[in-house]
Design a protein around this ligand. Structure first.
Ligand SMILES: NC(=O)c1ccc[n+]([C@@H]2O[C@H](COP(=O)([O-])OP(=O)(O)OC[C@H]3O[C@@H](n4cnc5c(N)ncnc54)[C@H](OP(=O)(O)O)[C@@H]3O)[C@@H](O)[C@H]2O)c1
Length: 312
């Protein structure tokens, strides 16, 4: 049975990959939390891979954060993400690991990329400055895989997911992504009987969301391909406005008050949508509908709230 090393298994993506591996069957899963293996420690990574000799390494470990963290600690974001990628890719080559899947994100594409964003717009114009450090490290990870594949003939490749949501999300009031933030706000408004909830900006920017379990399924699909693309966008290829999203979350949560917008607050990029024909061409499409996925995400939030495990 092939041995798969899933890094970052306590994170949102890593834990979904472990669940998918269990559902999928056919792999021996190995994991190592930061307490056992600090991925910034190059020698420890080399030694671990040499001892374990996995058949597949998935790089779902990363230093991840919101706009504020990225703006305050850009050196940490670029250094840690470069180190994690280079230690795991070079360590995998040394341990003769035949296959690596590296996970990046849509922020690798230029700020003014065409919409939807095709894979080939990579490195065609400047990045968004607020997360440039993180994006540069993710581009380097993708390029490491591409060049190791070209030079060493190893099947090292990458997947670039769009915005994710689902189990394992972070519900912190200032530090979370838009879906968990809205789930929390509408839930609290429902519980306290608040008559209205105000969302930032005009509500018109469009965003795309993929359930993390769909991403995990896409990763296993890519790992099953004999000749996967060097990197491929993983998204749904459709988006919603922030106001539509707020309405859907309110409906999911059962909040019946009014939803207001605040046009004095910044909107951010008008649209960020992945072009997903390369992925579709390999024979994969997402399975989890948005309403179904949001309902499951709300149930996850409620159960975490009850058990005190939510990343609040
Ligand atoms: N979530 C999204 O919406 C989204 C969207 C697109 C792409 N992605 C990509 O998916 C990947 C994973 O993201 P995520 O949302 O799952 O992040 P996450 O929930 O923060 O998980 C990251 C994991 O990496 C581990 N890690 C970080 N530094 C480490 C180190 N030095 N040694 C060992 N483990 C370390 C963390 O361990 P600790 O628990 O010990 O901190 C954590 O378990 C990233 O590459 C991200 O860019 C995510």
């Amino acid at each position: 049975m092939p041995k798969i090393f899933i890094t970052g298994h306590r994170g949102m993506v890593g834990s979904a990959l472990v669940r998918e591996a269990e559902r999928h069957g056919g792999h021996e899963v190995i994991t190592a939390g930061r307490d056992r293996l600090d991925l910034l420690n190059q020698q420890a990574v080399f030694d671990f891979l040499a001892a374990e000799k996995p058949d597949i390494v998935v790089i779902a470990a990363a230093k991840v954060g919101g706009i504020h963290a990225n703006a305050t600690y850009p050196a940490d974001f670029i250094y840690e993400n470069l180190a994690i990628a280079s230690n795991l890719v070079e360590g995998s080559r040394r341990a003769e690991v035949p296959r690596v899947l590296f996970l990046g994100s849509s922020c690798i594409y230029p700020k003014l990329a065409p919409q939807p964003m095709p894979e080939d717009c990579l490195l065609t114009s400047p990045l968004e400055v607020t997360n440039e450090a993180y994006a540069i490290a993710k581009i380097a990870g993708l390029k490491l895989c591409q060049h190791y594949r070209a030079q060493h003939g190893l099947l090292y490749h990458s997947a670039m997911p769009t915005n994710l949501y689902g189990p394992g999300d972070n519900y912190h009031p200032e530090n979370s992504h838009v879906i968990p933030a809205l789930i929390r706000r509408f839930h609290e408004a429902k519980v306290s009987g608040k008559p209205s909830v105000t969302i930032w900006g005009t509500g018109t920017p469009r965003r795309e969301f993929l359930h993390v379990d769909d991403l995990a399924a896409a990763c296993f699909h890519l790992l099953g391909l004999e000749n996967p693309p060097d990197w491929v966008n993983v998204g749904v290829g459709e988006d919603v406005t922030i106001l539509e999203l707020a309405q859907l979350v309110a409906k999911t949560v059962g909040y019946e008050g009014e939803i207001l917008t605040d046009p004095t607050k910044p909107d951010g990029t008008p649209r960020k949508l992945m072009e997903v024909s390369r992925l579709k061409g390999t024979g994969w499409a997402p399975q989890i509908g948005f309403e179904e996925g949001l309902a499951a995400a709300y149930q996850d939030f409620l159960s975490k709230l009850e058990s005190g495990e939510a990343r609040l």
